[in-house]
Design a protein around this ligand. Structure first.
Ligand SMILES: CSCCC(=O)C(=O)COP(=O)(O)O
Ligand code: MG
Length: 228
């Protein structure tokens, strides 16, 4: 078995509950998105992401209202659009800073991240959430500020999470051979793509999910069960 030198972790369903993202973060952004877009419409980053959203939808000319409706539809569909994720992250920042919520962490995650760091492992995040949203998530976590644990963050600007090429790019950016990197996720298609790029994989099946008798990836109920 090769030595693991770096761990890349997904967020939703892996470090943190799906429910926190779907039932707290998504509704928070959905409710505030129309007013947020209107009040920030003259800002260059807002104009950039609205333009990117329209481009992704193949819309040549659209009113601001049409783009807002498109973005709300994408939130409902949980579309992993880079533009939507950037805009959601901008809105979530307000909520974290106001103390409206803190990011959920499964109970063993913080201590396990500290233990891996103490063992000399380099830790990274790869999520569909934007890099700024990931940094906020770990900075304002229920377990305190976990952002110092991570050496880097990757989002869909690197590429979609179900494509092998994204993991090849991450290995290159990290500067490690893929065989020395462990990718953790709750989604089999993401793990398949990472494995195709040569990564080791760990499948998080958090209770009440059951670990199958013959899982297609090494499967764990929590971070403490992970074997390096
Ligand atoms: C960065 S927090 C919000 C996560 C998010 O928006 C999302 O779509 C979850 O994606 P993941 O790749 O972490 O499962
Ligand atoms: Mg996930």
């Amino acid at each position: 078995m090769t030595v693991i030198r770096a761990i890349v972790t997904d967020i939703e369903g892996t470090t943190s509950s799906i429910s926190f993202v779907k039932d707290v973060l998504f509704p928070y952004a959905r409710k505030r998105l129309p007013a947020y877009v209107e009040t920030h419409a003259d800002q260059p980053d807002m104009q950039h992401w609205l333009h990117e959203a329209a481009k992704e939808a193949g819309i040549v000319e659209a009113s601001r209202q049409e783009i807002i409706e498109l973005l709300l539809r994408w939130i409902d569909e949980d579309r992993k659009s880079t533009a939507l994720k950037a805009l959601q992250g901008m809105i979530w920042k307000v909520g974290y800073e106001n103390g409206d919520y803190r990011a959920h962490m499964y109970p063993e995650v913080a201590a396990r991240l500290h233990a891996w760091r103490a063992d000399g492992l380099h830790l990274y995040v790869y999520s569909s959430g934007s890099v700024p949203a990931q940094k906020l998530f770990f900075h304002y976590s229920e377990a305190g500020d976990l952002s110092p644990m991570f050496a880097g963050y990757f989002d869909t600007e690197t590429g979609p999470k179900r494509e092998r090429r994204s993991y090849e790019q991450i290995a290159e950016a990290i500067g490690e051979q893929p065989g020395h990197i462990l990718f953790l996720s709750d989604i089999v298609e993401e793990l398949d793509a990472a494995r195709a790029a040569g990564f080791r994989t760990g499948w998080l099946l958090r209770p009440p999910l059951a670990i199958p008798a013959q899982p297609t990836h090494p499967a764990y109920a929590d971070f403490d069960a992970i074997e390096l």
